[in-house]
Design a protein. Structure first.
Ligand code: 2P0
Length: 368
C-alpha cells in the first residue's frame, strides 16, 4: 500500500498532471487464465459471489500497446486497433472502462489514447480473452501511474493495484496479473485473499502442478450466443445459486489441499465437477441456455475412456464456451499428444488446438 495513509490507494486525486502533459507509450503482454474453481455470479461492483482459483496460461495471451498524448478540448479519446484494424466496439468498451476509472486515475481525462492490441488465440470464444485483454490494459495504466507519479514503486503494490483495476474491467482478468496458480476472492484457504484483487499462491504447491499442461481443444470458435456478463446476471435468480456458491467455497479449500499434497485424483474430481457445474448453472438459469456442443461431449467421453483404460491422469475443464481444456502433468505429454492427434482431432474445428501450459504471468513489452 501507499506510504502515505492519507491517500487512498485506489482513489487518489493527486494523480493528475499539473505541468506539461506527456506523450509516450507503454506495452504489456498479458496471458489468459483458466479457472479450476469457477467464478460464476457476482455482486456490485464486480465482487465475486465465491472465491475462484486459476492457472495462468503461457501461450494464450494479449499484447497491447498503449500510446498517449495530450487530449484536446473534448477530453479523453480512445482509438482502438485490433489485429491492425480499427475496432470501434473495442474502442467504445475501452473508453467506458477508462471513464469508470477517472476517480482512480484522474490523469486519464487529460489524455487521448491509441491502443493497438492482438491476441494469440481466437477472441470471444470462451477462452477468457477479456482476462488477457483487460489485464494488459490495467497493467499499462499502472505503468503510467508509476512512471509519472512514482506511487507504485513496490512490486506488490504495482501488481495488487493492476489486479484491482483488471477486476473492474472483467472479474477473471484480476487473476491474470500473476503467474502460476492465482486466487481471487476471500477464502480461508489462503491468508491475505480479497474480493477486491487476486493473490498468487506462491508456495506449497506440489511440483506436478507447477508445470501442468493445458491443451485447449477448439471445438467452436464462433461468437457465443450469451455473454458471460449476461450469464453472471442470471445467477441472481438461479434456484441453485446459494448451494453453488457454498460448494465453490468448499471446493477451493479441498482443491488447494489436493494441490499441496499432490493428490491428482482429487484434483481431477473437483476440477471436472466444477466445469460441469458451471454449465449446469447455465442450463438451470431462466432463460436457460447451452454453450456445450455435441463435439464437446464427444471429447469428454473420450477423455473419460482414455483415463480409465490407459491409466493416464488426463482430465478436462471448461470455460464459458464449448472448447475443452485438456489438463495433464507434463510428464505424460508424449503419450497425450498422440491421443489428441489420433482420437480427438476429428472433433476439433479447423483451428485445431492450442498447446498451452501454466505460465509465469505478464511481461512488459518495452523498457522506459
Ligand atoms: C472464471 N468465467 O472463473 C469464469 C468461469 C468463465 C467461466 O469469469 O462480467 O469475463 O467480465 O466479470 O470474467 C468469465 O466472465 O466476466 C468468467 P465479467 P468474465 O473464469
Amino acid at each position: 500500500m501507499t506510504n502515505n495513509p492519507s491517500i487512498d490507494f485506489y482513489n487518489n486525486p493527486e494523480l493528475k498532471f499539473s505541468g506539461d502533459i506527456p506523450t509516450g507509450r507503454t506495452g504489456w503482454r498479458s496471458p489468459s487464465n483458466i479457472a479450476l474453481v469457477k467464478y460464476w455470479g457476482k455482486k456490485p461492483v464486480q465482487i465475486p459471489q465465491n472465491p475462484s482459483v486459476s492457472f495462468t496460461l503461457s501461450r494464450s495471451y494479449t499484447e497491447t500497446l498503449v500510446e498517449y498524448s495530450p487530449a484536446g478540448h473534448e477530453g479523453m479519446e480512445v482509438t482502438f486497433y485490433f489485429d491492425g484494424k480499427p475496432n470501434d466496439e473495442f474502442g467504445r468498451k475501452t473508453k467506458t472502462f477508462f471513464e469508470n476509472l477517472k476517480n482512480i486515475f484522474p490523469f486519464l481525462d487529460q489524455l487521448k489514447f491509441t491502443i493497438l492490441s492482438k491476441n494469440t488465440f481466437p477472441h470471444s470464444a470462451g477462452i477468457a480473452s477479456s482476462a488477457s485483454g483487460m489485464s494488459a490494459l490495467a497493467l499499462a495504466l499502472c505503468d503510467m501511474e508509476q512512471k509519472y507519479f512514482n506511487t507504485l514503486s513496490r512490486e506488490e503494490d504495482f501488481f495488487q493495484k493492476a489486479s484491482y483495476i483488471a477486476r473492474l474491467g472483467s472479474g477473471s482478468a484480476s487473476r491474470s496479473v500473476y503467474g502460476g496458480l492465482t486466487i481471487w476472492g476471500q477464502t480461508e484457504a489462503l491468508p491475505g485473499t480479497s474480493d477486491l484483487y487476486a493473490c498468487p499462491v506462491t508456495s506449497g504447491i506440489h511440483p506436478d502442478f507447477l508445470s501442468y499442461q493445458d491443451s485447449i481443444l477448439l471445438v467452436d470458435t464462433g461468437q457465443k450466443k450469451v455473454s458471460s456478463r449476461v450469464g453472471h446476471g442470471l445467477m441472481d435468480k438461479n434456484p441453485f445459486a446459494k448451494q453453488r456458491f457454498g460448494q465453490a467455497r468448499e471446493n477451493i479449500k479441498s482443491l488447494l489441499n489436493a494441490m499441496t499434497s499432490g493428490d491428482i485424483e482429487t484434483f481431477i474430481n473437483i476440477t471436472e465437477s466444477e466445469a460441469l457445474t458451471l454449465h449446469a448453472m447455465m442450463m438451470t438459469s431462466n432463460p436457460y441456455y447451452l454453450l456445450l456442443k455435441p463435439n464437446t461431449l464427444n471429447i469428454i467421453e473420450r477423455i473419460f475412456d482414455f483415463r480409465n483404460f490407459k491409466n493416464i491422469p488426463v482430465s478436462f475443464t471448461l470455460d464459458a464456451g464449448p472448447n475443452v481444456h485438456l489438463l495433464y502433468p507434463d510428464g505424460y505429454k508424449s503419450r497425450v499428444m498422440p491421443f489428441i492427434e489420433n482420437e480427438l482431432a476429428p472433433f476439433l474445428s479447423h483451428n485445431g488446438y492450442i498447446d498451452d501450459e501454466v505460465g509465469n504471468g505478464p511481461e512488459k513489452l518495452m523498457k522506459d
